[in-house]
Design a protein around this ligand. Sequence first.
Ligand code: 0WD
Length: 256
Amino acid sequence: MGFLAGKKILITGVASNRSIAWGCAAAMHRQGAEIALTYQNDKLKSRVEEMAHQCGSDLVLPLDVAQDADIDAAFKALGERWDGLDGIVHSIAFAPREQLEGDYIDAVTREGFNTAHEISSYSFAALAKAGRGLMAGRNGALVTMTYLGSVRAVPNYNVMGIAKASLEANVRYLAASLGPHGTRVNAVSAGPIRTLAAAGISNFRDMLKQVEERTPLRRTVTIEEVGNAAAFLCSDLASGITGDVLYVDTGYNILG
Ligand code: 0WD
């Protein structure tokens, strides 16, 4: 029996079979969880339905986190199918492409800053708020995806690094809010992985190459490895861990 047997987990941010969210869904399914997936727009609907099917699920919901009505509708629909919720995986980020190249001070704009923060950080609090009723008293867990650019000035990552710093602070504040209700909140800080979102970052290939040359394990991390860590954090094996950021990056963050 898997270590997530009997758990019901909502996973957001599946856009392709390279998505980190897909690594999470597959890992959690392997560990016995029941899975629900969300898709951002109609273009992704049939692909995400097919991927849910691979996890033995037909629970697939539309969710654009920029829309409050979508968030409310998704949790209402979830509550009609499930008697409660044990986990939420937030694997969503966005900044306009022109924000993610060149010098930060030249690239940043009010609009780019606000969009990056709304979609990449606020949305985590919004999901936590909408889901707290279904999650209360079940020893559940929320997990989000962050990156080292939150604590270091990584070239081209720019405003997304600031949004990730906000997201990590969000993890701590949400952990403090939800802990008394039995819900834990953590982040996985993943090393760079070639996904659709990563393709928007200028010179991403150089980032991968640098990791392969320097990181202790001399290779990049996989979505399976990130998924396994997220599965652990959502499970009762991690019952003493909340408000934390777990690096799953083949050790790159320890380098000077
Ligand atoms: O190297 C990487 N790939 C890393 C990613 C390293 C460390 C962290 N991360 C983070 C990302 O910042 C993000 O928070 O992991 C999370 C997942 O990213 P991913 O798996 O790399 O990227 P992708 O497969 O593109 O999934 C992110 C998805 C979006 O995809 P696109 O590429 O279409 O923007 O987030 C979703 C969307 O499906 N998304 C939204 N979902 C709902 N509402 C929204 C939205 N408004 N905006 C984006």
